[in-house]
Ligand binder design. Sequence first.
Ligand SMILES: Cc1cc2nc3c(=O)[nH]c(=O)nc-3n(C[C@H](O)[C@H](O)[C@H](O)COP(=O)(O)OP(=O)(O)OC[C@H]3O[C@@H](n4cnc5c(N)ncnc54)[C@H](O)[C@@H]3O)c2cc1C
Ligand code: SF4
Ligand code: SF4
Ligand code: SF4
Length: 387
Amino acid sequence: MSKEICPAHNCTGCGACVAVCPKRCISLQPNPQGHLLPQIDENVCVNCNLCYRTCPANTPVPLHESQACYAAWAKDEKDRITSSSGGASSVFAMHFIEQGGVVYGAALENNKIQHIRVSSKQELPRLKGSKYVYSYAADVYSLLKQDLVAGKQVLFIGTPCQNAAVYNLMGGHSNLTLVNLICHGVPAMQMLTDYLKAKNITKIRQIQFRNNNKFEFACNDYNAYECLFPNAYMTLFLNGVTYRESCYRCAYAQAKRVGDITIGDFWELEKQTPFTEKDLTKGCSCILVNTEKGNSLLNLCADKLNLFKREYVEAIRGNGQLRAPYPYTPCAKRFNALYPRYTFRRAALYSSAPVLTIEWIKLLLKKYAPQQIQQFCFKLYRRFRGI
Ligand SMILES: Cc1cc2nc3c(=O)[nH]c(=O)nc-3n(C[C@H](O)[C@H](O)[C@H](O)COP(=O)(O)OP(=O)(O)OC[C@H]3O[C@@H](n4cnc5c(N)ncnc54)[C@H](O)[C@@H]3O)c2cc1C
Ligand code: SF4
Ligand code: SF4
Ligand code: SF4
């Protein structure tokens, strides 16, 4: 058995160990559920321990109290509605490109989601949109280092665990800005591939997990939101059933934040003055400023954003992962025991029938029930769930 860099249940698959190894003898390999874990070729390893020391699970990165909290959206209407929430990440990315810098973020590449390097405005749209699946980033860290050595301004956007990986690899380099997402967890790419295979999709030409602030999954010509049955992939993702083990004990799902800026959705803002539901239908980002560098970036982009200073408690109220990791529910445990013994669809059905049924009822109500009945049922459901 290959030696462990950190306990498997803490491994986020960030890939820092792969990038730092001087002998290139670490690769990320799928476990039975498809979550990638490092494997060392012990015939090549020289026991330098660099992987062990760089791993954020062994060497934790500094976390910051947020200095300020904003609700925000891009002033450019098109930018706002083509993003998943308010388009904050897109505004930051454009700023770096306009200054001659480079941006690293998640995109569809070679039939999977992975981090890519972007250096032109034309390529920027590839980063847009939340991809609700693990993004493989191990291969871009060496490019990122080359950019820093060449004196370029670099923006890296990713999950908090990926921000931690970049921090441990590059340190607090003055030309490097780290932006992370509020993150409740990632399913394995294998799960998405299996789900799509059942829909006869083996080559992903385009994929959408969200249509602005609506969770509407679509891939190639298949629009899951037009179907009468719930989309098992998204239902299990949104109910925290399919995440990797590290997500249920995530060190970054808390009020103190990694990186320079944290962005997410500003849920439940419509309940606060001066906002109305109409203001927010096109998406609203939550921006947490974690460091002075983050503050400077926000100031430099302020003319491209509608910014509203808010209390941090408001952001936390609507976003559980600013308090604690997503709980490892009985459904998630059952799913991990069943998949991949059964296909993704069957494992979803056998492990999570209640959540899929609730989703199905919601779908039918939205499609067929009059507005008043819909509102009454959703109110009843929220009261029952205590939300
Ligand atoms: C797996 C995942 C879980 C999330 N969970 C929450 C949550 O619990 N609460 C919340 O408020 N927000 C969550 N978000 C963030 C939210 O979906 C939006 O991405 C965020 O609000 C930024 O929106 P935006 O409009 O600025 O940009 P978007 O148009 O959404 O652009 C998103 C940016 O994130 C990067 N990105 C996209 N997918 C991934 C990925 N899989 N891994 C790493 N980087 C990626 C892209 O490179 C891009 O730069 C999550 C995002 C992801 C990817
Ligand atoms: S100990 Fe050194 S050589 Fe061995 S896998 Fe880790 S980084 Fe690579
Ligand atoms: S560096 Fe990242 S991928 Fe490697 S063992 Fe640590 S957490 Fe896992
Ligand atoms: S929940 Fe934590 S461990 Fe999982 S992807 Fe998000 S930041 Fe990484």
